[in-house]
Design a protein around this ligand. Structure first.
Ligand code: AVJ
Length: 316
């Protein structure tokens, strides 16, 4: 008999991911509840995690050059704006020549409130509390003739998707655009494995806390009984797929109950839950991925201190 449908999407996805044979998984977007988002902000301050600083550095150093690539009638939408701090220099550069409308799209109302405060001095901020593509469809519906849309998808969040899913997602963005609209895509580039492992398994344990909080969230929201001390954070780098994998490893044999998912899960000692993949890119792979989704590269900027690329793509 098939399991009954669960009303709650989170419960359903937890049951799908943990209730199966083979590799157990959980979707990485559930890492970002209020505590998870705060822990991610802390990760961005870690000396070992250079990604966010590289992203911000490029946007700061090249804000004018990026603005010059965009036409004067541009409106800006950002997928997963967070606090908006990284975007500020670009809006400032655009704001010098025109009044810009900026649509931050985020699932977190707290992030949107901070972002609106941070950026309202530089343009008309219209926050949208929504998932990425739903939000972008709302922007597209308001998008007037004669305006050019520039979508920002920063921070290498695209790296969370498997390669095929990344192309599908970029197609999803493309469907909301017209020919001549832009996408500014941030991608973390391949770098030595030791550097990546340190970034995703920092000695202070902030990333471990970020990962373990996913189990704590399941305890809180789905009435589960994970003992967090019986799981350990694990980060590994697979050079073939060019990705960091984050897992939670069961320290012993144990059974965990997740009441709202109507689930009892058994773990062998050493068995893992795969919680997040962070793909790294060669510059040519970014262009290929974008090409496969209907975009052409208009310009790109890279950071040498922490290899990272900001690529401006044009929809065809
Ligand atoms: C927010 C998805 C870009 O992949 O580096 C940081 C998330 N996970 N440390 C990343 C993350 C562990 C981050 N992204």
């Amino acid at each position: 008999m098939p399991a009954p449908a669960l009303a709650d999407e989170f419960a359903r996805e937890v049951r799908d991911g943990l209730g199966r044979g083979g590799q157990k998984t959980l979707p990485c977007r559930y890492l970002y509840d209020a505590l998870g988002s705060a822990l991610f902000e802390a990760i961005t301050c870690l000396p070992e995690y250079g990604l966010t600083r590289a992203d911000a550095r490029i946007l700061r150093r090249h804000a004018r050059a990026i603005a010059e690539e965009l036409p004067p009638n541009v409106v800006v939408a950002e997928l997963g704006s967070g606090s908006g701090a990284k975007t500020r220099p670009l809006l400032e550069a655009l704001g010098r020549r025109q009044n810009v409308t900026y649509y931050p799209i985020d699932v977190s109302p707290a992030a949107l409130a901070r972002c609106t405060d941070e950026l309202r001095a530089f343009g008309t901020v219209v926050p949208l509390e929504s998932s990425y593509l739903d939000g972008l469809r709302q922007v597209a519906a308001r998008h007037a003739n004669g305006e050019t849309l520039a979508v920002l998808f920063l921070g290498s969040t695209i790296g969370n998707f498997a390669p095929e899913a990344a192309v599908d997602f970029l197609w999803g963005i493309h469907e909301c655009l017209r020919a001549g609209d832009f996408l500014l895509l941030g991608t973390d580039l391949v770098k030595p494995a030791e550097q990546l492992l340190a970034a995703y398994d920092d000695p202070t344990g902030v990333t471990a806390a970020f990962n373990l909080n996913l189990l704590a969230r399941i305890n809180r929201e789905l009435d589960a009984n994970f003992n967090l001390r019986q799981f350990a954070h694990l980060a590994r780098y697979d050079p073939d797929t060019q990705r960091i994998e984050m897992h939670l490893r069961s320290l012993g044999r144990q059974t965990v109950r997740v009441r709202k998912a109507e689930l009892a899960v058994e773990f062998e000692a050493g068995e893992t839950i795969f919680t997040e993949a962070c793909h790294k890119f060669q510059p040519a792979q970014v262009a290929d991925m974008a090409w496969a989704a209907g975009f052409r590269t208009a310009a790109s900027w890279t950071d040498c201190e922490w290899p990272f690329a900001e690529t401006l793509l044009r929809a065809v």
